[in-house]
Design a protein. Structure first.
Length: 191
């Protein structure tokens, strides 16, 4: 299999199902942002993390490939596993969202209560996690925009929303593990 096909040399690409769209199409932006997020999670996973967090990130990267496949599929030409299969694209389901919620709850039990917004940073690993969180939020915004124009499985939006929550709490956990200073955002009162 050749990596280059030359079919996109004029600014278009194919979705699963064969439909050609412009490379700047919102669908391409949506799954491209999910791919960017996945790459940042790979960088985060490559840091010195506890085994459980590393395994969770691998599982999340796998789910993000599923999200990308869902977003890269022309909804007019392909049905997902919930219906008659034409393309073998798995679904994101409530169990995937609940798994993230369970991880969030488990981490929150060990963290001090949050009383203020926190400035991102404190340690390089924590910063990578915050970058991934903001890219996740951008992916969520892109998918939301796509959904306004073409229907998207709402579990994709739910999963991305919960994943950004997970990444925020993971950043706090990593700050705690690394004894990094969490700097609270306290607005100046300039009356």
């Amino acid at each position: 299999m050749k990596i280059y096909t030359k079919t996109g040399d004029k600014g278009s690409t194919s979705l699963f199902g064969g439909t050609r769209v412009a490379k700047h199409h919102i669908r391409i932006n949506a799954y491209g942002t999910v791919d960017e997020l996945n790459s940042w999670l790979g960088l985060l996973r490559d840091q010195e993390l506890d085994l459980h967090s590393r395994e969770q990130l691998i599982a999340t990267q796998d789910k993000l490939f599923t999200v990308g496949a869902i977003l890269a599929t022309d909804p007019e030409k392909a049905q997902l596993k919930s219906g008659k299969e034409r393309l073998n694209i798995p679904l994101i389901n409530i169990a995937d969202v609940e798994q993230l919620e369970n991880e969030i709850d488990m981490m929150n039990e060990t963290l001090p209560q949050m009383t203020h917004f926190i400035l991102p940073g404190g340690h390089t690993i924590v910063s990578y996690c915050h970058i991934a969180r903001t890219i996740c939020r951008r992916a969520e915004r892109m998918v939301s925009l796509l959904h306004e124009n073409e229907p998207v499985d709402l579990m994709v939006l739910t999963y991305l929303n919960r994943l950004s929550d997970y990444l925020f709490v993971l950043a706090r956990k990593l700050s705690n593990d690394l004894k990094a200073n969490e700097i609270k955002w306290i607005p100046e009162n300039k009356g």
